[in-house]
Design a protein around this ligand. Structure first.
Ligand code: NAD
Length: 471
């Protein structure tokens, strides 16, 4: 049964004239000042949580229809993560929004200085399909927390989720504050032709460049949350059993369609033969001997990605999985051994349940090789050696990651989440979201009871004194 394509609700693309009208309404609403009081922002975020609670079954059902995601995974990765972010923001927002006082040099006597974080205005959020609810709503929460209005353009590939998302947003926000605009590439293109005050994009590097080019037209600040090939290194002193479980979990959750999934393994040559069977054990414990029958194993999003991933299955040597079924868009959790840096699978982000294995003997070589490649969004290093953990963190360029785990750095709202270079620009989650969606307005407040004449012309005879103050 092709569960992936059954019973899809297709939201109609929002007509262009309506897009323009929404942007105008949002600009007027922003200019009215309604979005700015912190109390109002918190009320709306609280109401959003309440609406999510009421719609949990609908969200889970939509994700199941879109790519057969299990209820447990949907709750943890699409809903629970958002609740944690909301709780964190509600606890700290009043504090973050307070002007931050900073020192003032003596040369500016008598003055005080502070940084006020103010909203940008009308913002645009473009989301991907792989965590279609969370990756659209989390930045929107940041936008509202910052006092902005926002338009969300969810992915057109996960239509059921896009419909539920729009329903929740409409129930909580008036259109002038937060609105969902539906559609695919044309809709995105139409949106990007308009002027926004901030653009937050999550998706591929390729489209990230299109967004950056469009933003350049108006010099709009952008946050780009992109992807890349995230390495997972297993050193010879790692706790191998724990490593195997955490890698298999992080790779095959969402059938590998996770921006921070371990893309490929770099295993120390001395332990590879012992380690690969541990990965197989973990996978069969999680998904059984026939993962196709497992309720917990999702499907590939569409035929295009299925075909792309199937092409990799002929590379190297299959040590686990390798089966696929086009009718069900199913690709088994797969491990490929004997892969080299030159194979096709190593030339692009995999974004699916296929794990190539490469080996290494020298950590310095690993560092050099990784730095010769595009900067990944994440990196995972499994080792008990603290010195080597520090070497990896300090010497390899990557967005963020974990020591002795995978993925979980993005589940801590205290950690800014984002890429570097080609894996992204900027960060969000928790305070970083608030900062991403606000501008730092620097203010120096001067007293008028004194007006030191030193700075005013004529300058003759003042150099000596100025050099005493500014040195
Ligand atoms: P995508 O770039 O194809 O699409 C993302 C969004 O851009 C969609 O809403 C789509 O409608 C829109 N879009 C597509 N083509 C466009 C065009 N030509 N002009 C304007 N807009 C366009 O990405 P995707 O396939 O939805 O997601 C997969 C990619 O996203 C992977 O590279 C993955 O690593 C990355 N990703 C990154 C993160 C992160 O947080 N850094 C999270 C999830 C996914």
């Amino acid at each position: 049964m092709n569960t992936n394509m059954l019973d899809k609700k297709t939201p109609a693309a929002t007509p262009y004239n309506q897009i323009k009208a929404v942007i105008e309404r949002q600009r007027a609403y922003f200019n009215s000042g309604e979005t700015k009081p912190v109390k109002f922002r918190k009320q709306k975020i609280k109401a959003l949580k309440k609406a999510m609670k009421a719609n949990e079954p609908a969200i889970i059902d939509a994700l199941k229809k879109d790519f057969r995601k299990s209820g447990f995974e949907s709750y943890v990765t699409e809903i629970g993560l958002v609740y944690e972010e909301i709780n964190h923001i509600l606890t700290h927002l009043s504090d973050w929004a307070e002007p931050r006082h900073v020192g003032t040099p003596l040369s500016q006597f008598k003055g005080s200085s502070y940084v006020h974080r103010v909203p940008f205005g009308v913002t645009l959020i473009i989301g991907p399909w792989n965590y279609p609810f969370q990756l659209a709503i989390l930045p929107a929460i940041g936008a509202v927390a910052g006092g902005n209005t926002c338009i969300i353009k969810p992915s057109e590939l996960t239509e059921n989720t896009a419909v539920v998302l729009a329903g929740i947003i409409e129930a909580v926000f008036e259109e002038g504050h937060v609105a969902v605009v539906q559609g695919g590439v044309e809709t995105s293109t139409a949106l990007l032709a308009e002027k926004f005050d901030h653009i937050f994009f999550t998706g591929s590097e390729y489209v990230g460049k299109i967004v950056a080019r469009a933003a350049a037209e108006y010099l709009t600040p952008t946050t780009l949350e992109l992807g890349g090939k995230s390495p997972c290194i297993v050193d010879k002193d790692a706790d191998q059993k724990v490593a195997a479980r955490r890698i298999v979990w992080g790779k095959y959750i969402n059938a590998g369609q996770t921006c921070v999934a371990p893309d490929y393994l770099l295993v120390h040559r001395d332990i590879k033969d012992k380690f690969l069977p541990l990965l197989k054990d973990a996978a069969s414990t999680f998904y059984g001997d026939n993962p196709k029958a497992s309720e917990d194993y999702p499907r590939i999003i569409n035929r295009k990605n299925f075909d792309r991933l199937s092409g990799f299955l002929a590379e190297g040597e299959v040590v686990m999985g390798g089966e696929s079924d086009a009718d069900e868009l199913y690709i088994a959790p797969t491990i490929l051994d004997k892969i080299s840096w030159h194979d096709a699978i190593m030339q692009e982000e995999i974004f699916g349940p296929v794990l190539p294995v490469l080996t290494f003997t020298d950590l310095d070589e690993v560092i050099t090789t990784l730095n010769d490649h595009p900067r990944p969004l994440s990196l995972y290093y499994f080792s008990g050696n603290k010195k080597n953990q520090k070497r990896i963190v300090e010497n390899v360029n990557f967005g963020g990651g974990c020591i002795n785990d995978t993925l979980v750095h993005l589940a801590n709202p205290n950690l800014p989440f984002g890429g570097t270079g080609n894996s992204g620009i900027g960060a969000y989650h928790g305070k970083a979201s608030f900062e991403t969606f606000t501008q730092q307005k620097s203010i120096m407040k001067k007293a008028t009871w004194i007006d030191v004449p030193l700075r005013y012309p004529p300058y003759s005879g003042k150099m000596g004194l100025v050099k005493k103050v500014i040195k």
